[in-house]
Design a protein around this ligand. Structure first.
Ligand code: PEP
Ligand code: MG
Length: 579
């Protein structure tokens, strides 16, 4: 038996057989020699891939014409022309036939030659075309490779998935019914893949560095997502202990679940709102089951990352309406598209941005594509007639971005009126506070915001300069670092002075080690992965606000994260000795 220890990313204990999934993570272009009799087959494969890629580009181009800028549409048009250029195809075919090589390798060779020539040109226009060739050949290669590629959506047996890294879009697409547990070399607790694992209630241990080297497909694994432990081929005794632990865990959780409908009220009578974060419309049912009083964060971008469906206005309207109707009048806060970083929208974004987390993300992306943004806003506005909807803007860095977003919201309302489409006229618009500059100018932003929602995942990342997806530096992502506590206090106090409520929808809101501190800081509303609600409610119902305030005052005097943690631990031992 071997034991690996990583980052506990999604609680729950499970055991099962490992499935090592590497193909997508190390995409190498294979070079195969083919016989003369295989040329016809390779030729057909190539032409089929080009046709499929061209169809995809045509759809993107049509959408760009409808919803995006002229410049964006022109890019797709150029790529389509290149892809349909007979000369380009003939060169690849000739290479395939004379060198007797597989289609992928021929595409790679011809595009590399062209890119080299263009990149060496003295003409800047020609130099820029090198990137277009790379994009076009990449699309053809994706089609060619996917013909033989195994998709996680096709998983047919129950497995514990072992991967080097998994994009949020891949996690979204996998057959979740079959994934009992997730084990990953990369990633950390607030990476979006971890957030999705929690939303899907899949126990997960991330940041293990060497899991894909130590585990083979078929190994028996125990995954303890609460402690961050993975056992490889445990003996009978260990397995028995874990079976007992699984029963205990379920019994404890069922006990909490039975009480989750009770209000989140402290022992001295102060009531707080507890809502759920969701990534897909279906999760709103789960949110209700766990006792959520509303949806505090709907990460709408996951609708756009689903390769099965184009997120046009009607698709969005249907999804948003489904959530709003399921919540039956309870509040639903829909966050506008937050792509970029680790959630790339392949039609627009490429992985070659130097600093994606500081780059073309979230509101910046939306403000640069106003038609796409307005389409989303109209869909949200139209869904607002079915219940209690609020809009919130992610990654606001200063007042000008907020004003631009609000102007576009007004334009979207005007368009709805002209089209005769109803919306709730009093719909609220809030600002996510997840960049230090927004925290520091909270007084200015509050003037134009109906509410704040603190995104601690990004706020911690940007305040402490720690990439939230990088397991090597995850020890520095200290959620109650004195710098973070001071920022939180500033945001909450300022908002209250300006008369607006403050929610928190970052992972810290669902962390029971922080609940007392957040109560003491005066947070009005907590929004979290649904499965965390019963645990957080239990702390709130067992605490007195007066004691929490005293704890927070002391914590604000601490000089390090470790001091704060020790203080909170002692407090929890005193008031929650059974935890
Ligand atoms: C956050 O940053 O805390 C947040 C809630 O948004 P996301 O995790 O989707 O970036
Ligand atoms: Mg964020």
């Amino acid at each position: 038996m071997k034991k690996l220890t990583g980052i506990p990313a999604s609680s729950g204990i499970v055991f099962g057989r490992a499935f090592l999934y590497l193909e997508d993570n190390f995409p190498e272009i294979p070079r195969n020699t083919i016989g003369k009799d295989q040329v016809g087959g390779e030729r057909r494969r190539l032409l089929g891939a080009i046709e499929e890629a061209a169809r995809e580009l045509k759809a993107l181009n049509d959408r760009a014409v409808r919803e995006m800028s002229k410049e964006q549409a022109a890019i797709f048009e150029t790529h389509l022309m290149m892809m349909e250029d007979d000369d380009f195809t003939d060169q690849i075919l000739k290479r395939l036939e004379t060198d007797l090589i597989n289609a992928e390798w021929a595409v790679r060779k011809i595009s590399d030659d062209l890119i080299r020539k263009l990149a060496a040109s003295t003409d800047s226009y020609l130099r820029e075309r090198a990137a277009d060739i790379s994009d076009v050949s990449g699309r053809i290669l994706t089609k060619l490779l996917s013909i033989t590629k195994f998709s996680l959506a096709d998983l047919e047996e129950d497995v514990i998935l072992v991967v080097h890294d998994l994009l949020p879009s891949e996690a979204l697409a996998m057959n979740k019914e079959r994934v009992l547990g997730l084990v990953m070399d990369m990633g950390s607790r607030t990476s979006h893949t971890a957030i999705l694992a929690r939303a899907f209630e899949i126990p997960a241990v991330l940041g293990l560095s060497t899991a894909t080297r130590e585990i083979k497909t078929g190994d028996l694994l125990v995954v303890n997502g609460a402690d961050g432990v993975v056992l490889i081929n445990p003996d009978e005794k260990n397995l028995f202990q874990y079976e007992q632990a699984i029963h205990q865990y379920h019994a404890m959780f069922d006990g909490l679940l039975a009480q989750t409908a009770l209000p989140a009220e402290t022992t001295d009578g102060c009531r707080f709102r507890i809502k759920a974060n969701i990534e897909t419309p279906g999760e709103s049912e789960q949110a209700r089951r766990f006792g959520a009083e509303g949806i505090g964060l709907y990460r709408s971008e996951f609708l756009f990352l689903n390769p099965e469906e184009v997120a046009d206005e009607e698709t969005q309207f249907r999804a948003y309406s489904q959530v709003v109707k399921t919540m039956e009048g309870r509040p639903v806060t829909i966050r506008t598209l937050d792509v970029g970083g680790d959630k790339l929208l392949p039609e627009f974004q490429s992985a070659d941005e130097k600093n994606p987390l500081l780059g073309w993300r979230a509101i910046r992306f939306c403000l640069s594509l106003p038609e796409l943004f307005k389409t989303q806003l109209r869909a949200i506005l139209r869904a607002s007639v079915y219940g209690n909807v609020a809009i919130m803007f992610p990654m606001i860095s200063g007042i000008e971005e907020l004003e631009q977003a609000l102007d576009i919201l007004e334009e979207a309302k005007g368009e709805c009126r002209r089209r005769g489409q109803a919306y709730a006229p009093d719909i609220k618009a809030g600002t996510m506070i997840e960049i230090p500059s927004a925290a520091m100018t909270a007084d200015i932003l509050a003037e134009k915001s109906d509410f704040f929602s603190i995104g601690t995942n990004d706020l911690i990342q940007y305040t402490l300069a720690v990439d939230r997806g990088n397991e090597r530096v995850s020890y520095l992502a200290q959620p109650t670092h004195p710098a973070v506590l001071r920022l939180l206090k500033g945001i909450i106090d300022t908002a209250h002075e300006k008369g607006i409520p403050v929610a928190m929808c970052g992972e810290l809101a669902g962390d029971t080690a922080a609940t007392a501190l957040l109560l003491g800081l005066g947070l009005d509303e907590f929004s979290m992965t649904a499965a965390s609600i019963p645990l957080v409610k239990r702390i709130i119902r067992g605490a007195a606000l007066e004691n929490c305030r005293a704890l927070t005052e002391e914590a604000l005097q601490c000089s390090s994260y470790h001091q704060v943690s020790a203080l909170v631990e002692a407090w929890m031992n005193r008031f929650f000795p059974d935890d």
